[in-house]
Write a protein that binds this ligand. Structure first.
Ligand SMILES: [Zn+2]
Length: 160
């Protein structure tokens, strides 16, 4: 199973900006867009390099969709947007990644797709990203990896 493609910008981005990551499963990674014109704008990226949702194995697709909805629900609870946009485009970057975009009736593109025309960008002070992450994380389940880890019984340890 291929996991990374060296010429793929999205594969490379998985390890970039770790301070923006706020949720991770074995399947997906959620991180804030550095551009926060739409408060809570999140990229939810499939960790493997795959390009077509309909061609994913059933189990992987289900997990990817479940992760997306888990993050969407947390964004809705944390930020109370007027609408939530879900976009999976693949035009510029084919590697599967969702744009989860909370929309607000006072946002500058309200009533239109965020791609319709030019829009300003908005960077936040570093502390504000951390605060935003904490607020979203308070509505997310704890990481699965740590819940699943079981202590090994002593009897199974090899003798020294
Ligand atoms: Zn990729």
């Amino acid at each position: 199973m291929s996991s990374e493609k060296t010429d793929c910008w999205i594969c490379q981005s998985l390890s970039r900006d770790p301070h923006l990551v706020y949720f991770e499963t074995k399947t997906s990674l959620a991180k804030l867009n550095p551009d926060q014109l739409f408060r809570g704008y999140t990229f939810l990226t499939l960790k493997q390099h795959r390009e077509h949702l309909h061609l994913l194995p059933d189990k992987l697709r289900k997990q990817f969709l479940d992760d997306m909805l888990t993050v969407a629900a947390a964004l809705a609870k944390a930020l109370n947007p007027d609408r939530l946009n879900y976009e999976l485009l693949g035009n510029a970057q084919a590697h599967l990644h969702w744009h989860l975009v909370p929309r607000y009736s006072n946002d500058p593109m309200w009533g239109r797709p965020i791609w319709a025309g030019t829009r300003p960008r908005k960077r936040l002070p570093t502390d504000d990203y951390a605060e935003l992450k904490t607020s979203i994380q308070s509505h997310l389940p704890p990481p699965k990896q740590s819940r699943r880890r079981k202590p090994q019984p002593l009897s199974e340890n090899p003798a020294p």
